[in-house]
Ligand binder design. Structure first.
Ligand code: S3P
Length: 446
């Protein structure tokens, strides 16, 4: 099974000011999509700035298993020779997506309307996560799924031999579900329509257009209506992947917490479906400036200048949840150091991420001496003057839980230890040297 390496306990220690330039890796969402759309295109796609984290490497391997040629030309520089829409070949072996919900869900969508079968599996975290949210809409196209109870992986998907287009209203705000339906719609004749009540990250829509698909987006009182015309000829493109705003949130929040810090995080995507954390930090009183805003590879980007700030707890507007869904763990860590109370509501989707992130953050913060309250869909964190720390917290095979607590340890009285930091490789393989380069005191424990 692919995945992270051996168990890696790691501790973070009270640190001096963080200073310097933090060049975070490429965006994970866009990296997966660049490989998948490249594989579904005719001709060559050239990608620069690809995230070389395990999640994306697993998707690259999967695209090869479906018949595309994927080549690493240099650091972050990859090329894909695609097989065209409907051109996927049947893989000769099980597709192992490791830790990646995005990888497995998007790939299932991409193959669901081709007359082939594939079996998918993942690591212990991924095999616990719900796949019914994908297999139900894919069944409307004519695909059949045979998984474990609750639609869990390992799961075999038999693609529709004669797919029909669908109209689907998302039952939860999920870019993965939206993207799976749109990718399946590529090989269905006619128009596939997805309706989302709350806008979620729109990289699939932007990139489908960029690769030559006909796709319209209409904002109506009834929600956002996305209409894709099936069976386009997608053409290979050059894709420049911006830096990941979700990864950038870790050094940004660390700099806000550690007194005297002053860092620059260049070239970070500021896509409005992803930037909720930055609006929230500014509302908490962060000295965070978006310098040099510009467009790169079809995405708005900016250089983030961040200086230590005394922050106040706030109520995060629940309607912002989709645009910062991956940033609640690090926000919860940061909230422990803010003055007053931070209330995060409307976040029940966090319970089905790489771990149950509400529970993982609540238990870890309590272990570090921070008071929290949780409900099924909310988390409240009570700020303290000095976070006691001095605890070992469980990462639950979840990269963002591990990184959040390692950031918190930089300002805790006593070190914070994460039982296993190896999952960080899935999304931010240079986290440890990058943070150390800024002045963070991290140690690997025997
Ligand atoms: C992602 C969508 C989100 C997010 C994940 C990446 C994507 O998941 O949490 O890290 O690339 O589409 P959901 O669609 O389940 O909310």
């Amino acid at each position: 099974m692919s995945g992270h390496g051996p168990v890696l306990p790691m501790s973070s220690h009270k640190s001096g000011p963080l200073r310097g330039v933090a060049e975070v890796p490429g965006d994970k969402s866009i990296s997966h999509r660049a490989l998948i759309l490249g594989a579904l295109s005719v001709g060559e796609t050239q990608i620069t700035g690809l995230l070389e984290g395990q999640d994306v490497l697993d998707t690259a391997k999967a695209m090869q298993a479906f018949g595309a040629t994927v080549t690493r030309d240099g650091a972050g520089a990859w090329s894909v020779q695609g097989v065209g829409v409907g051109g996927f070949a049947e893989p000769s072996n099980v597709i192992d997506c490791g830790n990646s919900g995005t990888g497995v869900r998007l790939i299932m969508g991409a193959m669901a309307t081709t007359d082939i079968a594939a079996t998918f599996t993942g690591d212990a975290s991924l095999n616990k996560r719900p796949m019914g949210r994908i297999t139900e809409p894919l069944a409307l196209f004519g695909a059949q799924a045979y998984g474990r109870q609750g639609g869990r992986l390992p799961l075999t998907l038999i693609g529709a031999a004669a797919p029909v287009p669908v109209e689907y209203r998302l039952p939860m705000p999920s870019a993965q579900v939206k993207s799976a339906v749109l990718l399946a719609g590529l090989n269905a004749p006619g128009q596939t329509i997805v309706i989302e009540e709350e806008p979620t990250r729109d990289h699939t829509e932007r990139m489908l257009r960029g690769f030559g698909a006909e796709l319209t987006v209409e904002d109506t009182p009834d929600g956002r209506i996305i209409t894709l015309t099936g069976q386009p000829e997608l053409r290979g493109q050059s894709v420049s992947v911006p830096r990941d705003p979700s990864s950038a949130a870790f050094p940004v929040c660390a700099a806000l917490m550690v007194p005297g810090s002053d860092i620059l995080v260049p070239g970070v995507s500021q896509n409005p479906t992803r930037n909720g954390i930055y609006l929230t930090l500014q509302e908490m009183g962060a000295d965070l400036v978006m310098e040099n805003p510009r467009e790169e590879g079809g995405e708005p980007v900016a250089d983030l200048r961040v200086r230590f700030s005394a922050l106040n707890g706030i109520e995060v507007p629940p309607e912002r949840a989709a645009s910062m869904i991956d940033e609640y763990p690090v926000l919860a860590a940061l909230a422990a150091t803010a003055e007053g109370t931070t209330v995060m509501r409307g976040i029940k989707e966090l319970r089905v991420k790489e771990s149950d992130r509400i529970d993982a953050m609540a238990r870890g913060l309590e272990a570090c001496g921070v008071r929290v309250e949780e409900t099924e869909d909310s988390l409240t964190v009570y700020g303290v003057d000095v976070v006691p720390g001095g605890a070992t917290v469980q990462s639950h095979l979840d990269h963002r839980i591990a990184m959040s607590f390692l950031c918190l340890g930089l300002v805790s009285r006593d070190p914070v230890t994460v039982d296993d930091a190896s999952p960080i490789d899935t999304s931010f393989p240079i986290f440890e040297p990058l943070m150390a380069g800024l002045g963070a005191q991290l140690s690997r424990d025997a």
